[in-house]
Design a protein around this ligand. Structure first.
Ligand code: 13P
Ligand code: SF4
Length: 302
């Protein structure tokens, strides 16, 4: 059986749309209706008026956001185990503790959080709009979680005081990038442009010509005249970069930078997900109502 063509057939029959994050396996990216970063996929999820099912090939928090923004649609996550470890790093108890210390400070939460946590946010952000969101707030001091590196990136690029919540939140995949590796690659490819995701630490960000979200990197590469790029993010993005720019060379800044959680979605699981309409992602109504406010406020800003 040709799984890919079966999936395309099923997708039509069931009025389903497949949204895939830039870190998905190449065969899933190639089948998807849309491939993008967190903000693009949230917008796509909202604008899919005709679809009855959204299959979200990514991790838990992204599918949850789609479910929150689409209460009338079935949102399916092909693999139940595809969970982002960073999203588990911030709990409601930690938020309550820090809010007591800074009662006036608004809470900005990276979309890489679970719905139960998002419900406490004043506004959400992604790595693509974090600076816009922070600058839009009429406050000097801002609570920000769970990614400490993104918090530092925001602090360095705005005039706000950013308090990271928790103090240590991180992405295990982006933690793998080290400045030494980028320096060696730069020596080997002196003409290369360096693009780094803001989930990498500041020492790695300092090596960059461009810091941005996965889709922002893709746009930057398309519009650049450079021929060679060193890329500091999860390896899945290279498939899209090479596909969009067949005449250019993309080098991963650390060969083993793989997010095992994102890779849990396979063609087999995607097929089973569509056939059996699993795994349905649901969010309790009151949590969804509060989290939706924070997500919609973000989407209004950009
Ligand atoms: P973006 O695709 O929004 O840059 O996010 C990266 C990421 O790590 C998502 O989990
Ligand atoms: Fe989470 Fe990092 Fe994987 Fe993104 S790359 S889903 S932040 S673990």
């Amino acid at each position: 059986m040709d799984l890919a063509s079966e999936i395309v057939k099923l997708k039509k029959q069931k009025k389903a749309v497949i949204l895939a994050h830039n870190y998905q396996r190449p065969e899933i990216q190639d089948l998807a209706d849309y491939v993008g970063d967190s903000i693009e996929l949230s917008r796509k999820a909202m604008n899919e008026k005709d679809a009855e099912i959204i299959v979200f090939a990514a991790v838990d928090f992204m599918a949850e956001s789609a479910a929150i923004l689409n209460p009338d649609k079935k949102v399916l996550l092909p693999c139940m185990g595809a969970r982002c470890p960073m999203a588990q790093m911030l709990t409601a108890d930690e938020i309550k503790r820090v809010k007591k210390l800074y009662p006036q400070a608004p809470l900005v939460l990276y979309v890489n959080t679970l719905a139960a946590t998002k419900a406490y946010a004043d506004i959400c952000c992604t790595s693509a709009n974090v600076l816009k969101v922070i600058r839009s707030l009429d406050a000097e001091t801002i609570l920000f979680g769970p990614d400490r590196n993104l918090a530092e990136y925001a602090a360095r690029n705005t005039d706000k005081t950013i308090i990271p919540v928790p103090e240590w939140g991180f992405c295990p995949t982006h933690l793998l990038f080290q400045p030494e590796d980028v320096q060696v690659l730069k020596m080997q490819h002196p003409e290369a442009v360096v693009m780094i995701h803001p989930e990498c630490n500041f020492e790695v960000q300092k090596t960059a010509d461009f810091v941005g979200s996965t889709s922002q990197m893709s746009k930057y590469a398309r519009e650049s005249s450079a021929k060679t790029f060193i890329v500091g993010t999860e390896e899945g993005l290279l498939h899209r970069l090479k596909k969009d720019n067949p005449d250019r060379q993309f080098i991963l800044a650390y060969k083993e930078a793989v997010c095992p959680n994102m890779k849990l979605n396979t063609l087999d699981r995607l097929y089973a997900s569509l056939t059996e309409e699993k795994h349905l992602v649901t969010v309790p109504p009151e949590t969804a109502r509060r989290a939706r406010k924070a997500l919609e406020r973000m989407l209004e800003i950009g």
